[in-house]
Design a protein around this ligand. Structure first.
Ligand code: PLP
Length: 369
């Protein structure tokens, strides 16, 4: 089946092989007589699905043994509250603001933390650059430092996580990696907690992934709901309450798909990273030499996953989108706060999809000249 290329920022494309497996197993998972959505989360069938998914993710992302993997609900936005409820310990929270998502994080944290400080901001450049870590005004004794490692709307990405200790802070780094999880390796030596919704790069909406260092568990504020207390969730293998079983199953199929991926001598996440670099380079280099299209992000801060771009003649926007749709290039309209276009090149987007996009962009540019 020849499907269109889907550039949605999220919920986003899922690998066709994953959807095909899910379709084939919909009515009867592995001879159990039940579909996954119909199973008890405490039965041996679902426990097997859950344990496999967790083990595959731990292997793929090389998550060290002293980190817990939690499968939760509420999405990235709920984590903006759940993180301070668990980690703020009535101390200052430091936030690096690099776009819409970290802006939301710092606002939400103010409801729960005694003090929230914006220690660096990219607002002066309209979020087209990333503030250099050497300039961050980190607080003494902060409970944690929040960073959005890939800003989905503005299209800026940290290609290296900051080493907070080298910057003079003992605080754990919290990253919102919703929109680039599994697109590249994670340097866990620099991370205390990572969270992300699944609907960008791991599967359907409804599942939230939290990976947290064990020493950060058990410090929740008294008001923290039990179902959102990381220690309670961890002590119950993410089954304190009913987990998002379908989301875990779909993410598990995606993890197996990721493990099968190869690029040259690289496999798994390393293979995805190579492919993602090639995809992003192809699109950025076309945009940069074009007379019609424009990407405003500083080259060292450009996201591999989310590429906002503009037509210098904005009156052509609707024609561009209509022509794209005709050619099977879907969901390219930019976020309403930024305008223009946005191509999200998550793991499920093959290089051929980016080639098809660039070839359409070239045709559209030539046609209008
Ligand atoms: C999509 C996204 C979110 C929001 O996730 P929800 O599941 O809608 O709560 C948060 N942070 C980032 C970086 C995102 O891309």
């Amino acid at each position: 089946m020849n499907r269109p290329y889907n550039f949605s920022a999220g919920p986003a494309a899922i690998p066709a092989e994953v959807l095909e497996t899910a379709a084939a197993e919909m009515l009867d998972w592995h001879g159990s007589g039940m579909g996954v959505m119909e199973m008890s989360h405490r039965g041996k069938e679902f426990i097997a699905i859950y344990e496999q998914a967790e083990a595959d993710l731990r292997e793929l992302l090389a998550v060290p043994a002293h980190f817990k993997i939690l499968f939760m609900q509420g999405g990235g936005l709920a984590e903006n509250a759940i993180v301070p409820l668990n980690l703020s310990r009535a101390a200052t929270v430091d936030v690096v603001v690099t776009g819409s998502w970290s802006q939301k994080s710092q606002k939400e944290a103010r409801k729960y933390a005694s003090e929230v400080r914006v220690v660096a901001s990219g607002e002066g450049s309209h979020f087209t650059t990333l503030p250099d870590p050497s300039t961050w005004q980190l607080s003494r004794g902060a409970s944690y430092v929040h960073l959005c490692s890939n800003e989905t709307i503005h299209g800026v990405e940290f290609h290296e996580l900051p080493d907070l200790q080298a910057l003079g802070s003992d605080a754990p780094l919290v990253i919102d990696f919703s929109s680039h999880v599994a697109s590249r390796p994670v340097d866990w030596s620099r991370v205390g907690l990572a969270f992300g919704g699944a609907q960008k790069n791991l599967g359907p909406a409804g599942l939230t992934l939290v990976i947290v260092r064990e020493d950060l568990l058990g410090h929740a504020l008294p008001a923290c709901p039990s179902a959102f207390d990381y220690k309670v969730v961890a002590d119950n293998q993410s089954m304190f309450n009913t987990p998002p079983t379908w989301g875990i199953y779909m993410a598990g199929l995606t993890f197996q798909w990721l493990k099968r991926q190869k690029e040259g001598d690289a496999t798994g996440i390393a293979a995805m990273e190579r492919r993602n670099i090639a995809k992003a380079q192809l699109l950025y280099s076309y945009i940069d030499q074009s007379q019609l299209y424009l990407n405003k992000v500083a080259p060292n801060a450009r996201s591999r996953m989310n590429i906002p771009f503009f037509l210098r003649d904005e009156s052509r926007n609707d024609a561009f989108l209509a022509g794209a749709k005709e050619r099977g290039l879907l969901q390219l309209k930019g976020h309403k706060s930024v305008g223009g276009m946005r191509a999200s090149l998550y793991n499920a987007m093959p290089l051929a999809g980016v080639e098809a996009l660039v070839s359409y962009m070239r045709e559209f540019e030539q046609h209008q000249a």
